[in-house]
Every structure is written in C-alpha cells, then in structure tokens.
Write a new protein. Structure first.
Length: 221
C-alpha cells in the first residue's frame, strides 16, 4: 500500500478517509493542518494524527509518500499548492475517485483531483488539477472543468460545458449543454444555468441570474 498524507481536517475529512480506505490502495499516515497542534488525534478509528504544518514538511522523510488535499474550498486548495511552490517543497500528488464512481476510459483527470461516491464522468471530459467533484455529480460528455474548480453533491451538467478555474457549481444545480462558466464564479444551490456566466460573480435561481460580483477569497461553502 502507498503511504498517503492528507491536507486539511475539516468537515469532509472523515468521508474522504472512509472512501480511500474502501479501495485498499493507500495507507493514510497522517494529515497536515495549519491550525491544530501536532499529534492531535483526528480519526480515532484509523488512528490518524496531525503531523504538523506545511512548513514542517521540509523536515519529514517523504520518499514513497503521496499527498491529497481533502478540502472542499477551491481557493484554499489553490493557496496550499502555491504555498508549497513558494517554499520549494516538492511532493507527489495522487488523483482519487471513489470505488462507486463511473469514469469513461477516455476521460482525463489531473493530479490532486477528488471524485466522490456515485459520480458519473462521461466520454471525452477533462477535469483539471485539484478539482473536487462531489457525491453523485453527473458530468456529461466533453466537459472541461479547469483547475481548482468544484461541484456540490447532485450537480448535473450537459454536454460540452466549460467551467473555468476556481469556480463552484452548488448542490443540486443543473448546467445546460454548451454553457461556459468563467473563473472564480459561484452558482448557488439548486440553480438552472441556461446562459453563460461571467467571471468573479455569484449566480442563483431558476433560471440562474447574476446576483453580484465576488472576490476570490470570499467564503461560499
């Protein structure tokens, strides 16, 4: 089994741990967290503890060790990757998809991306680096989901949808075919997106309407 370290210990951590353990391919040896003290027990059943902060990675022996960011917030995933680059810490990423996920053979999935249970990723789609596709999302053919983007549970997209970097489609939303959602944009839960969406914005409703502008670091989960 490959050794695996996770970044983050938030609300989705336990779900991700359970899914990783189901495939019996990785042994989770600990987590990196910027807020909890070292050796804090975060998963009693699996005996997973906090190993330290990002800066502590320089002191660790990381040979044959792999990493994954188990954090749902797009901006935080991007921030962690940029911090590692800034500190010149080189690590090996895995991509992970749940045992119950259906992924077409010609789908391309970038490093660090997580696809949770019950998802369907159809033919010709491409998902970038460090994306988070949440439970029972259905991504139809020839979609392009760019780096650090995410979907909430139960999202459905039509064919040839494009979602740019750091954008999020909220729980239960539907995106019609050939729609383009530009970067750093959030679609509110249970929305119907039938028109292209501009960048740095919030959309919500049936059909989805432009609500206001937003900044990249703004909370949305």
């Amino acid at each position: 089994m490959k050794k695996l370290i996770l970044f983050g210990t938030g609300y989705g951590f336990k779900n991700l741990v359970e899914e990783i353990c189901l495939i019996n391919k990785y042994k989770i040896i600990g987590a990196i967290d910027e807020y909890l003290p070292k050796n804090t027990l975060i998963h009693k059943k699996k005996n997973i503890k906090v190993l330290g902060k990002i800066s502590d990675l320089k002191k660790m022996k990381l040979k044959n060790t792999y990493f994954l960011i188990g954090i749902g917030h797009n901006f935080i995933r991007k921030k962690i990757v940029n911090e590692l680059k800034k500190k010149k810490i080189k690590i090996k990423w895995i991509s992970f998809f749940s045992k119950s996920t259906i992924v077409a053979k010609n789908v391309k999935i970038g490093q660090g991306t997580i696809i949770m249970p019950g998802c369907v990723i159809n033919s010709g789609s491409k998902i970038g680096n460090h994306c988070y596709i949440n439970t029972k999302s259905s991504i139809d053919h020839d979609n392009l989901i760019n780096n650090y983007s995410s979907t909430g549970p139960g999202v459905v997209t039509g064919g040839n949808v494009k979602i740019d970097e750091c954008s999020h489609v909220g729980i239960g939303s539907t995106v019609l075919q050939k729609i383009h959602i530009k970067k750093n944009t959030v679609i509110g839960g249970h929305s119907l997106v039938n028109k292209n969406c501009i960048s740095n914005s919030i959309y919500f409703g049936v059909p989805a309407k432009h609500i206001r502008k937003r900044v990249e670091t703004e909370k949305y989960l």
